[in-house]
Design a protein around this ligand. Structure first.
Ligand code: NAP
Length: 486
């Protein structure tokens, strides 16, 4: 099999600014590693503030023409991007696996998911509408005119190197905005490849700019302080989100914040256990558990606790761990050493407080950032992993005896991104839906991400929605005109 890096030529491992692929101003570069081996797979340009501002120049210059481009034309360019990603799915997937560590099957899933944002927003681009109505008191008319907000700054995480950028870039372009994306330093290659694909698809220069850097703080704060920037969309940790919200406040920027989660997955005694097990496996293990909507806490009602736990542990124990590009691997490498250490400490903390390990629980020797699928039971409420994002293949199981009890526990967190409920009782499910403090809820389903659905959290999990019709509204301002008409 050929080297996955072949798809991204050396000249495209540089900054994408305007119509150029260029080195960072000082010529600096940084190394990107394969997390499964620690091997350096590429050097990419390491932008400084001056490069970030050059990208903003390009995005600002391209703004008026892009906003005036007919929606149908913008839509066609998004469709062309969707097609190119779909046709080149295998190449993109292998690149994602190489730089991020997830197994190839997961990476293929991410490409399909990411590509769908381009298809969905190609369809939305031509359906942006205003209103015209008579003022209630009569005498004049009210006209609303949606307009693109302006140049947008995007900051994305490493866990979905394609999809987290796609779900910002696609709606922004559909709305008529230009963009600057700063991908995570650990996974910059996929975003550069996307920029290349969009260039080939015919997206005009300056509309999609990509700035790779190890100096995120400096570069992003300079962009946010510049009055030409009109919007920040961030996906990442709540901690960094708070910092960026403060910076965005100085320039009164529109913001979309997709932050951390602490999803509770609740299995009721009346659930179809086969469905609940399938759902729990997906909700826990999709993307190796390195997902903001991963089931972080699994609550099982006492009468089915034993059976569910035994069957879940068996399935977790049967998963194979290895390099994501190898055949038959279910669980690839975690992103870095810090992640493995954090997970190891969370497991040790739970065990110290009385939890029992049923499966896994010990990091393997050798190179690469691996951690085995792990199931813990008797996890006490004060275990740190019930509040921290585990972000890995570790599943704590906790039993419950009443809906009031489990809802109180599920809501006892600063986060409010996703939740999951398994029950055959419709009324019970709806009561959970009304009482759980989350932006998203899977009912008898472990997979909830869908470009046609509004993705986003409440509480400290974020502000705003991505995907769905709501997704494009994040990139539109509304000007209202009062028209005198007695
Ligand atoms: P992170 O540490 O917050 O980093 C996210 C991005 O922010 C990266 O591009 C990072 O750059 C950049 N960054 C870090 N510090 C910054 C600063 N001071 N100023 C400007 N940019 C800064 O998060 P992560 O570890 O990459 O991703 C995992 C987190 O993302 C989890 O909390 C997860 O729940 C969350 N997430 C949320 C969603 C959602 O939709 N709600 C989806 C996916 C992930 P560097 O790479 O250079 O550090």
């Amino acid at each position: 099999m050929s080297d996955p890096m072949n798809v991204l030529a050396p000249e495209h491992r540089r900054l994408r600014i305007g119509d150029a692929w260029r080195d960072a101003a000082g010529g600096a570069t940084f190394a990107v590693e394969d997390p499964a081996t620690g091997r350096t797979i590429a050097e990419v340009a390491d932008a400084g503030v001056v490069d970030g501002l050059a990208a903003l120049d390009a995005a600002s210059k391209a703004m008026a023409e892009w906003a005036a481009t007919p929606p149908r034309k913008r839509s066609e360019l998004l469709t062309a991007t969707y097609r190119a990603l779909t046709e080149r799915s295998e190449e993109v997937a292998r690149l994602i696996t190489l730089e991020m560590g997830k197994p190839l099957a997961e990476a293929r899933g991410e490409v399909a998911y990411g590509a769908e944002f381009f298809r969905w927003f190609a369809e939305e681009a031509v359906r942006v509408e205003g209103r015209y109505n008579t003022a209630p008191a009569g005498g004049y008319r009210i006209l609303t005119v949606p307009r693109p907000v302006g140049p947008c700054v995007f900051v994305t995480p490493w866990n979905f190197p394609l999809a987290m950028g796609a779900r910002k870039i696609a709606p922004a372009l559909a709305a008529g905005c230009t963009t600057i994306t700063k991908p995570a330093a650990q996974t910059p290659l996929t975003m550069l490849f996307l920029a290349r694909i969009m260039e080939e698809a015919g997206v005009p220069p300056g509309v999609v700019n990509v700035v790779t850097t190890t100096r995120a703080g400096e570069v992003v704060s300079a962009l946010l302080a510049d009055r030409r920037t009109r919007k920040l969309s961030f996906t990442g940790s709540t901690e960094v989100g708070r910092v960026l919200l403060r910076q965005a406040a100085d320039n009164v920027l529109r913001t979309s914040m997709e932050l951390g989660g602490n999803a509770a997955l609740i299995v009721c005694a009346d659930a179809d256990l086969d469905v609940a097990l399938d759902g729990a496996m997906v909700a826990k293990m999709r993307n190796l558990g390195e997902s903001c909507i991963a089931a972080n806490r699994i609550y099982v009602e006492e009468p089915v606790r034993e059976e569910f736990t035994a069957r879940f542990a068996k399935r977790m124990g049967a998963l194979s761990v290895g390099h994501g590009l190898d055949d038959g691997v279910d669980v690839g490498a975690l992103i870095d050493e810090a992640s493995v250490t954090k997970i190891d400490e969370l497991v040790a903390d739970a065990v110290d407080r009385g939890a029992r390990v049923l499966v896994g629980g010990e990091r393997p020797d050798g190179s690469g950032h691996f951690y085995p699928p792990t199931v813990l039971v008797d996890v006490p409420d004060d275990a740190r992993m019930l509040e921290a994002e585990i972000f890995g293949p570790v599943a704590p199981i906790i039993s419950f005896t009443s809906d009031d009890e489990v809802i109180a526990k599920a809501n006892d967190t600063e986060h409010g991104l996703a939740g999951y409920v398994f029950t055959r009782d419709l009324q019970r499910a709806l009561r959970f839906a009304e009482r759980l403090e989350t932006g998203m809820l899977g009912i008898n389903r472990g997979l909830i991400s869908d470009p046609s659905a509004p993705f986003g959290g409440v509480k400290q999990s974020g502000i705003g929605k991505e995907g769905s019709h709501e997704g494009i509204l994040e990139y539109l301002d509304v000007t209202y005109a009062a028209i005198d008409l007695p």
